[in-house]
Design a protein around this ligand. Structure first.
Ligand SMILES: NC(=O)C1=CN([C@@H]2O[C@H](COP(=O)(O)OP(=O)(O)OC[C@H]3O[C@@H](n4cnc5c(N)ncnc54)[C@H](OP(=O)(O)O)[C@@H]3O)[C@@H](O)[C@H]2O)C=CC1
Ligand SMILES: CC(=O)[C@@H](O)[C@H](O)COP(=O)(O)O
Ligand SMILES: [Mn+2]
Length: 379
């Protein structure tokens, strides 16, 4: 029996993880958490009967406790609640399906409690990969990637041969091929139309700016211990090739599949076993072409900034990520324009006090510093 805890069970990755649990009789869902979506969380509790649940606000936790008083479920709130979910005694593996830096502390707590991690929450590795990867190694914990590209890379590894290069594929997002001028007036509605994937709003905007690919470069450098310079972004507009690994002899191994997150989620939970997902498969009688191109770093400035921050290391990826989270939230609330996102990130990274090896406390301080700094910028 696989006993799983899901941090962020009401989101895109969280609900698809529960789809996997429905498909497989040998999965026991022992803990769930949500931010605000109390109605969906209640439905999930009634269906999966976890022992522990968490919701962010104390008042929501009180309301939820009343609604589910017929069930034997412990309800927690706040950061303590998230940590109760990721450290639940009964859990073997924690699916980190929460969005943003809020995942850092519960992920570290899970590793310290000896849980394997199925990691979707890339922001955690971007900011704290230098803390998490050595901690996981010391604790003998496995971190299984859920992000589709990182799952693909993981599936392409050859234990007998080191990676020479990672070819990280990108769809290019809804603005692939746009000029700098064309990006000036794009709307929120345009940016939310991802060509291939249906995902949460924050990552959908990150795909449109291509900052998602920058975050993924940093994520891959931590997961696979590869230099940023040895990770190349390849635009593969159909999102059929999910990434590739090149070896010393220039041989390349690629992983292909339909754009469906259920495969990487299932692979992370059941590794090394592959399980049935659906009948929807890549059919080469229907798919006649796969296209490849290079990203334009002058147009997608956020990707360029992320590569630079990844190369600089230290506190730079944390400030880049914190600034991106702040700016995407403002863009989603129509307070800033699309092109302001990389502009604000650039300002925050340039003006922060750089530190070489930020501790967890430094990372949390830098997040607050970045938000305070950006609040004062007039655009
Ligand atoms: N969606 C995808 O296909 C992919 C996602 N990822 C990564 O996976 C992670 C999750 O993405 P996605 O599922 O799209 O995101 P969603 O926005 O769809 O879901 C986020 C989940 O986190 C919860 N949450 C949000 N903020 C908080 C908070 N402050 N405290 C506690 N819980 C919170 C939400 O609860 P509520 O519903 O109550 O708001 C929800 O359950 C991200 O890091 C993303 O980059 C990676 C690859 C693909
Ligand atoms: C599904 C997934 O892993 C996303 O991160 C996806 O890769 C986003 O698409 P882009 O390639 O457009 O960023
Ligand atoms: Mn991805």
């Amino acid at each position: 029996m696989k006993k799983i805890s899901i941090l962020g069970s009401t989101g895109s990755i969280g609900t698809q993880t529960l789809d996997i649990a429905r498909l497989n009789q040998d999965v026991d869902v022992v803990a769930l958490s949500a931010h605000k979506n109390i109605d969906l969380l209640e439905k999930q509790i009634r269906e999966f009967k976890p022992q522990i649940v968490a919701i962010w606000e104390e008042s929501d936790a009180e309301l939820l406790s009343k609604r589910i008083k017929d069930l034997d479920v412990k309800v927690y709130f706040g950061m303590e609640g998230l940590i109760k979910v990721t450290t639940a005694d009964a859990a073997d593996i924690v699916v980190t399906a929460v969005v943003g830096m809020i995942g850092i502390e519960p992920t570290i707590a899970a590793i310290k409690a000896g849980k394997d991690i199925a990691l979707a929450n890339k922001e955690t590795l971007v900011c704290a990969g230098h803390i998490i990867m050595p901690l996981a190694k010391d604790m003998g914990i496995n971190i299984y990637p859920v992000d589709s590209e990182h799952s693909a890379i993981f599936q392409c590894l050859d234990k007998h041969n080191p990676i020479k290069k990672i070819l990280l594929t990108a769809s290019g997002g809804p603005f692939r091929g746009f000029s700098k001028e064309e990006l000036q007036n794009v709307t929120l509605e345009d940016a939310l139309k991802h060509p291939n994937w249906s995902m949460g709003k924050k990552i959908t905007i990150d795909s449109a700016t291509m900052i998602n690919k920058g975050l993924e470069i940093i994520e891959a450098s931590h997961l696979f211990d590869v230099n940023i310079d040895d990770i190349e972004v390849v635009i593969q507009k159909e999102s059929i090739i999910h990434s590739m690994v090149e070896f010393k002899d220039n041989g390349i191994i690629a992983q292909l599949g339909t754009p469906d997150m259920k495969l990487p989620i299932s692979y992370a939970i059941f590794y090394p076993e592959r399980r049935y997902i659906s009948d929807d498969r890549v059919d080469f009688n229907v798919l006649s072409t796969l296209n490849f191109s290079k990203p334009d770093l002058d147009v997608f400035e956020g990707l360029k900034l992320a590569i630079l921050a990844g190369k600089k290391g230290g506190s730079a990826p944390t400030v880049l990520n914190a600034a991106n989270e702040w700016a995407v939230d403002k863009f989603l609330n129509k307070k800033i324009r699309f092109v302001d996102i990389p502009y604000l990130i650039g300002l925050a990274v340039e003006n922060h006090k750089f530190t070489e090896n930020p501790s967890l406390e430094d990372i949390l301080y830098l997040k607050q510093w970045t938000e305070d700094y950006l609040e004062r910028i007039k655009i």
